[in-house]
Write a protein that binds this ligand. Structure first.
Ligand SMILES: [Zn+2]
Length: 251
């Protein structure tokens, strides 16, 4: 996605008016610490329509979707917003399109089929490829992204304050402090990556961060969001997860 920040007038944003409290992780995920080693790898039924994620919490397709594509890559984003439903509604009202949104509890909202183009990557270039919108699936995490230091401590884009236990420090891309993703979000992303490998053959090496493909347009997502490290580490983690699934005979 173009990251909500770009669309928002912070003084008149529809999303920050909702309660900014971090939602509790009450939906069980296959592993609470998001470690691939102990996780229960989901069995996917590919007998249905493979363009729809079989474990989606809800499918809420945008009727005005883009052209057909063959997905070969995945672009990871964060939304710069607090909660899932207001974000989904905001995307719909603004005509922002994306394939999946992953919420704090691991809930997955699918807004576009995997074989339809979405305008989430913008002008993009990476390893000799360009125009990622025409061949990539966009995954958004509900997350605030970088935090900044103020006289009251660390605050997000909208000014909500964060305790030290709620932040991650990772220097890079002009930032130092981030809101971490939840364990449920990380685990769900691994499961989705496995599904996309199984359904479309998308390897771990074809997962990219928006910040990697967007050149010098100031995009930082999701550099500091994942617990494993930057996208190089995220690719390693996805690769390990797929390997483990293969070892167990799931793919
Ligand atoms: Zn983005």
């Amino acid at each position: 996605m173009q990251c909500l920040k770009k669309f928002f007038n912070p003084k008149n944003s529809p999303i920050p008016d909702t309660q900014p409290n971090r939602e509790q992780m009450i939906i069980p995920v296959s592993n609470s610490d998001a470690s691939f080693i102990d996780s229960v790898i989901p069995k996917f039924d590919l007998s249905g329509k493979k363009e729809i994620y079989p474990l989606a919490t809800r499918v809420d397709l945008d009727p005005d979707r883009g052209g057909i594509m063959k997905p070969t890559h995945v672009v990871h984003h964060y939304t710069v917003s607090y909660k899932t439903e207001p974000t989904v509604q905001y995307f719909k009202s603004q005509g922002v399109d994306i394939h999946l949104i992953i919420g704090h509890k691991g809930e997955v909202i699918q807004m576009s089929e995997f074989n339809r183009q979405c305008a989430h990557a913008g002008t993009s270039k990476w390893q000799g490829l360009q125009n990622f919108n025409s061949f990539s699936i966009g995954i958004e995490h509900i997350n605030l992204g970088p935090l900044r230091e103020s006289k009251n401590g660390y605050v997000d884009y909208y000014g909500r304050k964060y305790e030290k236990s709620e932040i991650r420090i990772r220097k890079g891309l002009g930032y130092e402090v981030w809101e971490p993703l939840t364990d449920a979000q990380e685990q769900r992303m691994l499961e989705i990556s496995l599904y996309l490998f199984k359904a479309y053959g998308i390897p771990a090496s074809n997962h990219v961060g928006h910040y990697e493909i967007s050149g010098f347009r100031g995009k930082a997502d999701p550099y500091g969001s994942y617990s494993w490290g930057d996208m190089i580490e995220v690719r390693k983690k996805i690769g390990q997860y797929i390997l483990e699934a293969k070892r167990r005979g799931f793919v």
